[in-house]
Unconditional design. Structure first.
Length: 171
């Protein structure tokens, strides 16, 4: 569906942009913002994702997915800020390369592949639509893990950020 592609790209892109803006403004008051913003955005977006898979109305589903995609995009800017700030100056290129490796190979490569394989294996017993819905529902696990990880990072980031700034000042 073309409309979903447009919504997907637009909502995610707006989330990425707004996530960076909010994190930078909030981050002036507390460095925890760089990890708390993705936590909060995912706490809002993950239930929307779950319910988007449960509703029978396609437009309601797209609306819920729009909220989820917008929130999901909000992690990118803060994560780049974290990676670039906490990595030593001579390791920032490697930090970015590792970030993109994890994002592209593991998340964007592995996620759809696993969902597709699971859906295909369940299709014979559940039918294609229900198999896909069930397979997509399994994505809730990495989302929940992300929420927990971002929250945990928010408890450590103040110290780590100040330590990175201190080390950079010594160089």
């Amino acid at each position: 569906m073309i409309i979903f592609g447009i919504v997907n790209g637009t909502a995610y892109a707006l989330g990425v942009w707004l996530g960076g803006v909010i994190a930078d403004k909030w981050g002036k008051k507390s460095k925890r913002a760089y990890a708390l913003l993705p936590t909060i955005a995912l706490i809002i977006g993950v239930p929307c994702f779950f319910f988007s898979l449960q509703v029978a109305n396609v437009w309601l589903s797209i609306g819920l997915l729009t909220v989820m995609l917008f929130g999901s995009g909000m992690y990118l800017g803060p994560c780049f800020a974290i990676a670039q700030t906490l990595a030593p100056v001579n390791a920032r290129a490697m930090s970015t390369a590792l970030f993109f490796f994890v994002l592209n190979i593991i998340a964007l490569g592995g996620g759809p592949t696993i969902v597709g394989l699971l859906s295909q294996s369940l299709s014979a017993t559940m039918g294609e639509a229900e198999a896909l819905r069930t397979s997509l529902s399994w994505l809730l696990l990495p989302y929940l893990l992300s929420i927990a990880t971002f929250y945990w990072a928010s408890t450590k980031i103040e110290h780590d950020w100040h330590e990175a700034e201190r080390m950079q000042a010594l160089d």
